[in-house]
Design a protein around this ligand. Structure first.
Ligand SMILES: Nc1nc2c(ncn2[C@@H]2O[C@H](COP(=O)(O)OP(=O)(O)OP(=O)(O)O)[C@@H](O)[C@H]2O)c(=O)[nH]1
Ligand SMILES: [Mg+2]
Length: 456
């Protein structure tokens, strides 16, 4: 009989542990319905794993194992917890998840040495004041409990570093959660939160965060302030855009926005996938520590989709290239042209705010001097590089070579003598067709179509 076999196998394991004086014993996944009494003699045991069996009750004599530091009772069929469990005050780790418990007794609050407690799938109620007594807790698992609010006593667990709230009914996170400022890992995936909880802004030490499967349409810009964040999971939401501030998360190694991994504990189990991202903020291209970027199941634009297919480096390259193309230099070329002695150099000096210089000498070749101006619409500072050409005819053929660049062209003439005398039309023609009629190096006339400069 299968049950008899499991029982005998267990007895053997117990006997081995007795002989070797083992401090740890793994009796998980054996199909046990009852425990051999010989287990009660292993008083030296510090770690006992009874998970994934079919136990419906725990025998009284198990309470003799007073040295136990870690007890795993998860995935059994326990309906009640015996009171002697409250006497195992050395316990640092207790896993009661996935049983058939209807209530959790208050005396669990006596286990004040506990650092790790798992109550996943335990039909919890939000009124569990005894939780607040477990002030040494560093990790608390409350997944799969249908909680619509959190027990306020949680706010007293100042040492908590890890909190698992996956698959509950939370529509908001309370403000008092900010007291848990030691929190490093927080899993609030698979809740109906809808919006990114504001209280997270205060949890500055967060290193791993999952907000997957919450029906969120946006991530806040202040997410960039959670500077310790290394892993961020936001899959299966309705995100259409990401804030560019995500690029401030220098420590980010993993960003999950797509398919499989819901959080640092859970993978996908059916339902809707992905988000609605078409683009990514260009700032993501500068996240040097990023090693995993999951964008599966998003309607990415064709360019980004192609880069994503190639891998993370290609995505980063694509984003960086796009960012470079968008850098604004706020510089422009200002080219002053016109006949000799019409006042080009003096005009450039006046634009620069230089003092008036009587009897200014003629310009030989080109002089380049900057002019600083402010855009009246945006207040942006713009640097104009003023190119002041000598107007004498002898310089003209060489100057024309510069007339193909995009620039602001300023044709100067003496108003008293009029535009005709200043050959204004000819100068404009020269700017429009800089190389028309020019001779090539062999002395032939060339009339090739040229790139037209930007004219203003
Ligand atoms: N009265 C008057 N004289 C000016 C004005 N602007 C320039 N001048 C004089 O005109 C002369 C030529 O001025 P420039 O600014 O050197 O002329 P330019 O066009 O740069 O001359 P090139 O460099 O030879 O092509 C100088 O002697 C200036 O003093 C003006 O607005 N009014
Ligand atoms: Mg001059």
């Amino acid at each position: 009989m299968a049950r008899g076999k499991a029982y005998r196998k267990t007895e053997q394991k117990i006997e081995e542990a007795r002989r070797s004086g083992a401090k740890e014993l793994d009796l998980s996944e054996i199909g046990l319905t009852e425990l051999p009494e010989s287990l009660g003699n292993l008083t030296q045991l510090q770690t006992l794993d009874l998970s994934a069996n079919e136990l419906t009750a725990l025998p009284e004599w198990l309470g003799q194992l007073k040295q136990l530091r870690s007890l795993n009772l998860s995935t059994n069929r326990l309906t009640t917890l015996p009171e002697w469990l409250g006497q195992l005050t050395q316990l640092q780790s207790l896993d009661l998840s996935r049983n058939r418990l209807t209530t959790l007794p208050e005396w669990l609050g006596r286990l004040t040495q506990l650092q790790e407690l798992s109550l996943s799938g335990s039909r919890l109620t939000p009124t569990m004041e005894w939780l607040g007594q477990l002030t040494r807790l560093q990790s608390l698992n409350l997944e799969f409990n249908g909680l619509t609010t959190l027990p306020e006593s949680l706010g007293q667990l100042k040492k908590l570093r890890e909190l698992h709230l996956h698959y509950n009914g939370l529509t908001m996170l309370p403000e008092w959660l900010a007291r848990l400022d030691e929190l490093r890992r927080l899993d609030i995936s698979s809740n109906p939160l809808k919006t990114f909880p504001a209280v997270l802004k205060k949890l500055k030490n967060l290193e791993a965060l999952s907000v997957s499967q919450n029906g969120m349409t946006a991530l806040p810009t202040w997410i960039g302030e959670l500077s310790h964040l290394r892993k961020l999971y936001a899959i299966d939401n309705r995100l259409e855009d990401l804030p560019s501030e995500i690029g401030n998360l220098d420590n980010l190694t993993e960003l999950h926005l797509g398919g499989e991994e819901i959080s640092f504990c859970w993978s996908h189990v059916g339902g809707e996938h992905g988000n609605k991202l078409k683009n990514l903020p260009l700032s993501i291209g500068s996240l040097e520590n990023l090693k995993i970027l999951d964008l599966d199941d998003n309607p990415l634009n064709p360019e980004l989709a192609a880069a994503y297919k190639e891998g993370l480096d290609a995505v980063k390259r694509y984003l960086r290239a796009k960012a470079e193309a968008q850098i604004k230099l706020n510089e422009a070329k200002l080219i002053l042209i016109g006949e000799g002695e019409v006042g080009k150099s003096c005009l450039l000096g006046a634009l620069r705010g230089d003092p008036w210089e009587p009897g200014k000498p003629t310009t030989h070749g080109i002089e380049i001097k900057p002019v600083k101006v402010t855009d009246p619409a945006t207040g942006a500072k713009i640097k104009l590089n003023g190119w002041d050409f000598g107007g004498q005819r002898v310089y003209r053929p060489t100057h024309q070579l510069f007339f193909s660049a995009p620039a602001v062209y300023l044709v100067v003439w003496k108003p008293r003598e009029g535009p005709q005398q200043g050959f204004v039309k000819d100068w404009i023609k020269l700017v429009k067709h800089p190389r028309a009629g020019r001779q090539d190096s062999r002395g032939r006339h060339t009339r090739r179509p040229e790139r037209t400069p930007t004219r203003h």
